[in-house]
Design a protein around this ligand. Structure first.
Ligand code: R5P
Length: 343
């Protein structure tokens, strides 16, 4: 038979070939615990990415086993993790080298899972001569070779436009709003608070889920990483207030917001956010604030020394469901009954 003799060639039925798609889950050093939880929920082991940092600070990886033909899910938030000795830039570089190594090792698809997308607050020019670093990170991830990206509660949903590859935008808001409802119900005297105008859409959806009204704070940033709250739009007097944000970083926004809400007559103030970065003196700032409790998820590893007022929920179930859906080519939005686009 010549190679052009198509009639004579037998073509095996793909279903009879016993071809098994392979899933591999790896985690970077910024997301070791979360990666292990996701892998356990999927019933697979974590593949060792052989990560190390050389004495000059360069990061390195080498997969311990063949990943040829596998769908490789690389879980790493772009954030520092002190016990692992990585800072935010190490985490980003580590993610990039893991993607490059997976592409070079002939993975079938490479999917970056960055529950917390570091640099996401630098998503536009707010002053002349500034970079748009969130877009730069997107370009770097695509240049390294991702086939798609999974992110969670992006600082701005419009960031999806920085990517030409598919981005699955997941949200922890359903688990956070359910927890608030369960722990703080009945909800008659609850009010959900948006700490600034940018969070109004998220807050109104959260309030709807909890079954409470919402109010909005007017926030100014006189300097980077400094927050000042002006006034409250809405009724908070005599109520238990829950401030909902995407990120807690230095804690400055929450401390100022909680004080303003109490000054306006609220009985108690709580805070909820997907990403608890708690950088710098955040723990001290928040412990000294009038907040009664703070709820975050594990998109970011909780730094040591957290005050008792901070509680962490896991988003491993949501992310494991997402990974499974991508792997099996089934609907990702069904995990949220289509509501992940609403936050
Ligand atoms: C700002 O737009 C964000 O939604 C957060 O409010 C902010 O990043 C929190 O930062 P910090 O805790 O440092 O005030």
């Amino acid at each position: 038979m010549s190679s052009l003799d198509l009639e004579a060639r037998t073509s095996p039925n793909i279903l009879e070939m016993g071809y098994d798609k392979r899933m591999m889950v790896v985690s970077g050093r910024a997301s070791r615990d979360l990666g292990a939880k996701i892998a356990a929920k999927l019933g697979v082991g974590l593949t060792d990415a052989g990560l190390k940092t050389f004495t000059d600070g360069e990061v390195y990886c080498r997969y311990a086993e063949s990943i040829r033909g596998a769908d490789v899910f690389i879980i790493n938030s772009i954030v520092g993790n002190e016990p692992e000795g990585v800072n935010v830039n190490d985490a980003l570089m580590e993610l990039l080298v893991m993607i490059d190594a997976a592409v070079g090792a002939s993975a079938h698809r490479v999917i970056a899972v960055t529950p917390w997308y570091g640099y996401s607050r630098q998503d536009k020019k707010s002053a002349p001569r500034e970079p748009i670093t969130a877009r730069l990170v997107a370009k770097m991830l695509e240049t390294a070779g991702i086939d798609r990206l999974v992110a969670m509660d992006l600082h701005a949903g419009q960031m999806q436009g920085f990517f030409s590859k598919t981005l699955d935008h997941m949200t922890a808001m359903p688990i956070l709003s359910q927890y608030v409802k369960d722990q703080l119900g009945p909800t008659e005297d609850l009010v959900i608070i948006s700490p600034d105008a940018g969070r109004v859409k998220l807050t109104s959806k959260f309030a709807q889920k909890v079954g409470a009204p919402y109010a909005v704070l007017e926030k100014e940033r006189p300097a980077q990483q400094v927050a000042e709250i002006g006034y409250v739009i809405g009724e908070v007097a005599g109520k238990r207030a829950v401030i909902v944000d995407d990120i807690i970083d230095t804690g400055g926004t929450l401390a100022a917001a909680a004080q303003t809400v109490l000054d306006e007559g609220a009985k108690e103030v709580y805070a909820v956010a997907t990403h608890g970065i708690f950088s710098g003196r955040a723990y001290e700032t928040l412990a000294a604030s009038p907040l009664s409790g703070i709820l975050v998820t594990d998109t970011v590893p909780l730094r040591a020394g957290a005050p008792d007022m901070i509680r962490q929920l896991t988003c491993a179930d949501i992310l494991a469901d997402t990974v499974r859906s991508i792997f099996t080519d089934t609907s990702v939005s069904e995990i949220f009954a289509g509501e992940n686009q609403l936050f």
